[in-house]
Design a protein around this ligand. Structure first.
Ligand code: TRP
Length: 343
């Protein structure tokens, strides 16, 4: 059988999508359609590791599906679906709960950050979160995963789970007719520039839906006036723009805005600074506002159209889930056999 490079990634429906999700994830998913078999999902089962209102959860799930499509994912090329539609994710994650070790899970920094002082009172699901993520990826024997920096440790764990499964069940894997490893060692796809979009109000913090300031985050569904207002009010320093990237060192807010400009215009930071270097912030911010509006509003308009009538998305997700199952089910049949489940 020919080797298929297969990409899997997912976004958690737990808040409104923002520019960081677009530049850091969604936009990068699109070109991979040309080089890989691509599977993209909304990870609703991950979302409920912390409390979610059911109306919001559905709304955010549709919003991500709409953003995928509006940003250029073609549902004929990519498999687009909702995690809970393919129950095998849950089944494989249970098996992985029995492969992963407590010590590995306890080292996950995201769990430590999210549970904080409150670790006795968070859900068991939040602790097991990375094991479900490994199941998402390995259920399709995915070979590559594009994710942000904050997920690299989870991908490391995914590789550890794959290796331990391959090792622990070596004999049965062979007896089932597989040569070599059963699960691949999945690679992390390199993090491109402008991956780390920061808050417009504080360049040391990630742009996020949980920011206290309304003006710190550009949402994908913001209208043109709001985008322009947020950019014009973004925090900057008192100096003019530098003429080269090196001049951005130690200037987090400046670096963020120039990085956003470069990413939205597909230009390098040096190229952008070649144009705006030594100017004040006024002209730059108005050019950035125009650019952001021209890139984001057509996507927002298409998203609004899609979420207004959920029927079109429902059809796409049902089809995606069926295609996802067609890949997952034979793999799960093998896994059950390898583990020793009687069917
Ligand atoms: N944990 C990821 C995040 O918070 C979302 C996710 C779940 C994911 N399953 C995945 C990403 C599988 C990539 C592959 O961003």
């Amino acid at each position: 059988m020919a080797f298929t490079p297969r990409v899997f990634s997912g976004i958690k429906p737990s808040g409104d999508l923002h520019l960081g999700n677009y530049l850091g994830a969604i936009r990068r998913f699109v070109p991979l359609q040309e080089t890989h078999e691509t599977i993209y999902c909304m990870v609703d089962m991950h979302a409920i590791t912390v409390w979610q209102d059911h109306v919001d959860l559905k709304r955010w799930t549709y919003e991500i599906a709409a953003a995928y499509i509006a940003a250029g994912l073609d549902p004929k090329k990519s498999i687009i679906f909702n995690q809970s539609q393919v129950v095998e994710h849950a089944e494989l994650s249970w098996i992985f709960n029995c492969v992963a070790r407590m010590g590995w899970m306890e080292r996950m920094t995201q769990f430590k950050d999210k549970s904080g002082e409150n670790s006795e009172n968070v859900s068991l699901g939040l602790f097991a979160y990375p094991s479900l993520m490994a199941a998402d990826i390995l259920l399709y024997k995915s070979t590559a995963v594009p994710v942000g920096e904050d997920q690299c440790q989870h991908l490391e764990l995914t590789r550890d789970i794959a290796k331990k499964f391959n090792h622990d069940f070596k004999k049965q894997i062979k007896a089932n007719g597989h040569k070599g490893n059963f699960f691949p060692v999945t690679e992390t796809l390199a993090i491109g520039p402008a991956m780390r979009v920061k808050s417009l109000k504080d360049g040391s913090k990630k742009m996020s839906k949980s920011d206290a300031s309304d003006l710190s985050t550009i949402y994908m569904m913001d209208d043109a006036d709001l985008i322009a207002k947020k950019i014009k009010r973004a925090t900057t320093d008192a100096d003019a723009l530098p003429s080269e990237a090196a001049g951005l060192d130690g200037r987090a807010e400046a670096e963020n805005l120039v990085g956003i400009f470069a990413a939205l215009s597909n230009r390098s930071v040096n190229d952008v600074l070649g144009e705006f270097g030594s100017q004040g912030w006024g002209a730059f911010k108005s050019a950035l506002a125009d650019l952001a509006v021209s890139v984001l509003t057509p996507i927002a308009d298409e998203m609004k159209r899609l979420v207004a009538d959920r029927g079109e998305i429902d059809v796409i997700l049902r089809d995606g889930a069926a295609r996802a199952r067609a890949i997952a089910q034979p793999i799960m049949d093998d896994v059950r056999n390898i583990v020793g489940f009687v069917r």
